[in-house]
Design a protein around this ligand. Structure first.
Ligand SMILES: Cc1cc2nc3c(=O)[nH]c(=O)nc-3n(C[C@H](O)[C@H](O)[C@H](O)COP(=O)(O)O)c2cc1C
Length: 352
């Protein structure tokens, strides 16, 4: 069983590194958010303070490296580089699903490496809804949280991915009840995320009522898991599943719309993700009301070296800071007051 999970995780890494896995038919919609330019910002660029607070951790700007991997030698290297750069740049990170380590304690070092590398940064642990549905050993989870000194637990909801995956586990019975149980029984904040299909206002409301501390929308427009699983099924010779994955490659709520749905329905912080590809995307997502942003695929692709990932973080910061300056924002708190227009394409897409 654990060999099969490890092989799947390795396939995910190599497919995401080598193939075109980003959503092609639908975009995030952030290109249809037009910011009202401020020609008279009355501050210097240097006056702009991009810093932000994330569950008691100071971030140099509101960006998090999102869940990618864990459970193998390659994963250990990725997690080490990501932690190194998060530390250097004053950012936070989420580890990939802890699932492989629930079955095999020998691979825990591919996760603990992040904490060993960066003792003080924000680190979130990650687990999937199907594991919650089928009974997760809470004592084992608590012990891993403790080993990693994790600052939060993020739970991924991925019903599409599980439905189209070669050996998927589309088990979502009782997940909300288990989330409530974890909220009561763990002493870290719980963050719930999608993986690329977005969170609707109905789901956001249920999550807030369950006591969840933040929602990460992970909307449509970035890494597309129906496509990733379709490519993998084709590699494994299962054309039936591959075709099913292709059929659903446009399914989901575009990131911009998911942000709007969530900020209009709940008060807990919203993290924007799913196709955030620049500091300007970050800024637009935050103008729509998100408090933080996270990225996964660009991090994986830059994680060959800490220099490359460091440069990526610098580019995001430069874009974000410039957009703040051009909108007259001195602090990240000012972003929510920036005026914007929605292009007709986005207005037309907004669900009833
Ligand atoms: C190689 C890879 C592995 C991932 N593994 C996980 C995971 O274990 N748990 C999870 O919640 N999300 C996982 N994700 C999803 C990301 O955290 C993120 O929600 C999604 O990729 C959308 O962001 P992006 O468009 O910036 O990649 C993974 C993403 C990538 C690229």
């Amino acid at each position: 069983m654990s060999d099969q999970i490890r092989k799947r995780k390795a396939d995910h890494l190599s497919i995401c590194l080598k193939k075109d896995v980003e959503c092609k038919s639908v975009t995030t919609g952030l290109e249809y958010v037009y910011i009202v330019h401020n020609a008279l910002p009355e501050i210097d660029l240097d006056d702009v303070d991009t810093s932000s607070d994330f569950f008691g951790h100071k971030l140099s700007f509101p960006l998090l490296f999102d869940s990618i991997t864990g459970g193998s030698k390659e994963a250990k290297q990725v997690n080490q580089i990501v932690a190194e750069v998060a530390k250097e740049k004053g950012l936070g990170m989420f580890l990939g699903s802890i699932r492989p380590a629930l079955d095999d304690p020998n691979i825990l070092d591919s996760y603990t490496i992040a904490r060993d590398t960066a003792p003080d940064i924000f680190i979130g642990l990650n687990v999937g809804a199907p594991q919650l549905s089928r009974g997760l050993d809470i004592d084992r989870l608590k012990s891993i949280l403790n080993d990693i000194k994790a600052n939060a637990l993020s739970i991924h909801l991925n019903p599409l991915q599980e439905s189209v995956q070669f050996e998927g586990e589309p088990f979502f019975r009782s997940v909300l009840e288990r989330i409530r149980f974890l909220v009561k029984n763990l002493n870290v904040p719980i963050i719930v995320k999608e993986v690329g299909c977005g969170i609707s206002r109905e789901v956001a409301t249920k999550l807030e009522l369950s006591g969840v501390s933040a929602i990460n929308v992970a909307g449509l427009g970035g890494t597309n898991w129906a496509t990733v699983e379709s490519i993998r099924s084709k590699m494994l010779g299962n054309d039936f599943k591959a075709e099913l994955g292709d059929l659903f490659s446009s399914w989901g709520i575009p990131t911009s719309i998911s942000i709007i749905e969530c900020v209009q329905s709940v008060k807990i912080p919203i993290i924007a993700s799913g196709g955030i590809r620049s500091g300007l995307d970050m800024f637009k997502a935050m103008v729509l009301g998100a408090r933080y942003c996270s990225i996964a695929l660009p991090v994986l692709r830059a994680s060959k070296s800490s220099q490359e990932l460091s440069l990526l973080a610098d580019k995001f910061l430069a874009g974000f800071k410039t957009a703040m300056f051009l909108s007259g924002c001195k602090s990240v708190n000012d972003i929510k007051s920036v005026r914007y227009y929605l292009g007709p394409q986005l207005k037309g897409l907004l669900a009833r």
